[in-house]
Write a protein that binds this ligand. Structure first.
Ligand SMILES: [Zn+2]
Ligand SMILES: [Zn+2]
Length: 256
């Protein structure tokens, strides 16, 4: 699998983009920068977007992506997520108020609706766009899922937004072919109270997660640092002296 970083921050500035990753040019994990960072042609090449949860920094570009694809894509875009996430997209996003309901707007060139929504049952592997996706509920302020993406014997795990959690790590211990974990960290240690009420990690709470999943051969690719806290969080992460941690930058590419 080829992984590309489209957005890896917990906020946006001219130099920062919100959460979005691209797998093999076909599957997006979250849509925080899916149109901001992809050409029209690349947007048309997508088969599916799997969404960890409904917060705007993870779904925002679904609006412009659906709009662009309506006029140019040859097939519907599948948007997959757990039940509460799909419900929130129906009720609050593609609701004909905030944005048109693209599940009822046909592709201009034919081929079906612009968007198809697909519910992922937690901890049941489901096939989407040629990948096996397994959602695992994590710990955030609203329903949020980590996602395990598998194909051809290789797997990639994506934590979504989460604070300290248990089940995600148990599932990863049983995941064959795991190559990397995309793991969130958001605030510096001095803002642990804010991380706690908002369902996020600090380097200090992350240190305890590292003890729950101890395989040394799996890199943890870190995303979701708040732009205003970047330098402090990076300093605190380096003080953990943990070789597994790798900070992501926009445009980074990995072959897993
Ligand atoms: Zn969130
Ligand atoms: Zn977020």
């Amino acid at each position: 699998m080829e992984l590309k970083v489209l957005g890896c921050h917990g906020g946006e500035t001219a130099q920062h983009r919100t959460t979005s990753f691209l797998v093999d040019g076909r599957l997006a994990l979250d849509a925080g920068a899916t149109t901001a960072m992809l050409t029209l042609e690349e947007q048309m090449a997508l088969d599916a977007v799997v969404v960890s949860h409904a917060h705007l920094d993870h779904v925002r570009d679904l609006a412009s992506l659906a709009d662009n694809r309506c006029q140019g894509a040859a097939r519907p875009l599948v948007i997959a997520g757990t039940a509460a996430t799909i419900r929130a997209l129906k009720d609050h996003f593609f609701n004909n108020v905030l944005w048109p309901d693209f599940t009822n707007i046909p592709l201009v060139g034919g081929g079906g609706a612009t968007v198809e929504l697909k519910v992922l049952e937690p901890e049941v592997a489901q096939e989407v766009a040629g990948y096996s996706l397994k959602a695992v509920l994590v710990s955030h302020t609203i329903e949020s899922a980590g996602i395990v993406v598998s194909r051809d014997g290789a797997a990639l795990a994506f934590s979504g937004d989460t604070g300290p959690t248990e089940r995600f790590w148990e599932v990863l211990k049983e995941t064959p072919g795991l190559r990397a974990v995309l793991q969130e960290v958001s605030f510096p240690n001095e803002l642990e109270w804010l991380a706690k009420v908002s369902g996020h990690h600090t380097p200090s709470t992350l240190e305890r997660e590292l003890l729950k999943f101890t395989r040394k051969d799996i890199p943890w690719l870190m995303f979701h640092i708040k732009p205003s806290c970047q330098a402090k969080v990076e300093r605190e992460l380096s003080k953990l002296h943990e070789d597994r941690l790798e900070l992501l930058s926009l445009g980074d590419e990995f072959v897993l």
